[in-house]
Design a protein around this ligand. Structure first.
Ligand code: SR1
Ligand code: MG
Length: 404
């Protein structure tokens, strides 16, 4: 049951007129177009254009999952997104949309219009190379990891920030969809007949089962930083540089944000690079697959470099010495490998599959899924022990090529 009014395109001008924080940016009487463009699983998204003024985007949380309306989810997720956007925007403004307004009653946030960007997943599917995007995201994760953690915040402030970001319903979705359902019989799971044996081998493998349990435990207990929480390639907007317009990379859709392990955001990127590379490999685009997999190392290197740059500014250097830095980075890298495997596997077994794989013809899809599952095993089981990210993803490339 809704206890708030759901927006439609016609209602948007009147809504804006009633919100001073956005009515000062966009005159409701000069609005020329309102388009609902949400293509994610959860929310309504309206792009609002106006004559002679910059547009903006309204995002409204529904009290259920958009693509599964009988599945209730708190619309307060929008508040967690606003909280994360404000924090991330203060540390990494160039890598997130600007937040203009947050309406707790109607569960609407207003953010910067980034219509001149496109969703990275679609760009990767089209074989495009947005050079610099992976490095931007590595720097984004590093700024947030440092700035929201005990390294960047006074301990009292960090605990207060952690308390504000406790996001149980959305975390539960991840605990179920990423870390549990693909490993049990569940109505959310569906695979092609040709992949049934592959899934049984993957999910039944004792080493995989131990590794996914360890990864789930880390996700549920390692409150390191205010992470994005759902940083797959569908949560990233990219714009290539053209003429005088610079390149731009923005992480959006932070409704799953909470205090969790930093490696989860990097792992989300890594797992989705595997999905994009599996597609490219089966379609014979070996160069594109290799480029996509290289982005895992690019993201890691940028993350590490940015984090090391920020390290001298830590609030308490008394016992957080350089040995702690090296150990912390090692933990993040190992976590990212395991999470990357988990994130790749869930997208080919369980709820919320992805276009990289789903738009392939059936024969190619089944081979791509097999390659993803073999790669996921490599990342989950062997990845945490391998310290060389480039070598790890070279091995993923070999697994995908051999499977294809
Ligand atoms: C019910 S939500 C399904 C998925 O959509 C989001 O993008 C998250 O990845 C979540 O697991
Ligand atoms: Mg999302």
């Amino acid at each position: 049951m809704n206890d708030y009014e759901i927006l439609d395109a016609h209602a948007v001008p009147a809504y804006i007129a009633g919100r001073p924080a956005i009515a000062k940016r966009i005159d409701p009487d000069r609005i020329t177009a309102v388009r609902e463009v949400g293509d994610g699983n959860m929310n309504l998204v309206f792009v609002v254009e106006a004559d002679g003024q910059e547009g903006l985007v309204l995002k409204q949380s529904l009290p259920y999952v958009r693509i599964a309306p009988t599945w209730p989810v708190t619309p307060d997720r929008n508040g967690f997104e606003a909280n994360a956007l404000a924090a991330h925007g203060s540390m990494a403004p160039e890598y997130v949309p600007a937040l203009y307004d947050a309406d707790e009653d109607r569960h609407v946030i207003a953010v910067e219009d980034l219509s001149d960007h496109r969703v990275w997943r679609g760009a990767l599917i089209d074989g495009l190379r947005h050079e610099g995007a992976a490095a931007d995201l590595g720097r984004y994760v590093a700024r947030v990891a440092f700035g929201t953690s005990v390294f960047g915040l006074d301990p009292d402030d960090q605990k207060a920030a952690l308390a504000r970001a406790v996001n149980p319903e959305l975390c539960r979705i991840t605990e179920d969809l990423v870390f549990t359902e693909p490993y049990i019989r569940h109505e959310h799971n569906s695979v092609l007949p040709a992949n049934e044996a592959d899934v049984a081998a993957y999910a039944g493998d004792p080493e995989v089962r131990a590794a996914i349990g360890v990864a789930k435990l880390a996700f549920m207990t390692h409150a390191e930083a205010l992470i994005h929480g759902d940083l797959h390639t569908g949560s990233v907007l990219v714009r290539a540089a053209t003429g005088t317009t610079p390149r731009s990379t923005r992480a959006f859709d932070a409704e799953f944000a909470f205090y969790g392990p930093v490696g989860f955001d990097l792992g989300a990127l890594w797992g989705n690079f595997v999905l994009a590379a599996a597609r490219a490999t089966i379609l014979g685009a070996a160069d594109h697959a290799a480029w996509v997999l290289r982005q895992a190392t690019v993201a890691w290197d940028a993350f590490e470099a940015e984090f090391r740059t920020l390290w001298p500014g830590r609030v308490d250097p008394r016992v957080f010495g350089d040995a702690v830095l090296d150990r912390f980075l090692g933990t993040v890298r190992a976590d990212a490998a395991g999470f990357g495997g988990a994130k790749a596997a869930r997208r080919v077994i369980g709820f919320s599959k992805v276009a990289d794989i789903e738009t392939l013809p059936e024969a190619e899809r089944s081979v791509a899924v097999r390659g993803v599952l073999r790669s996921a095993r490599l990342l989950l089981v062997d990845g945490p022990r391998l310290t060389d990210v480039r070598r790890l993803f070279d091995e993923v490339g070999d697994v995908l090529a051999t499977t294809a």
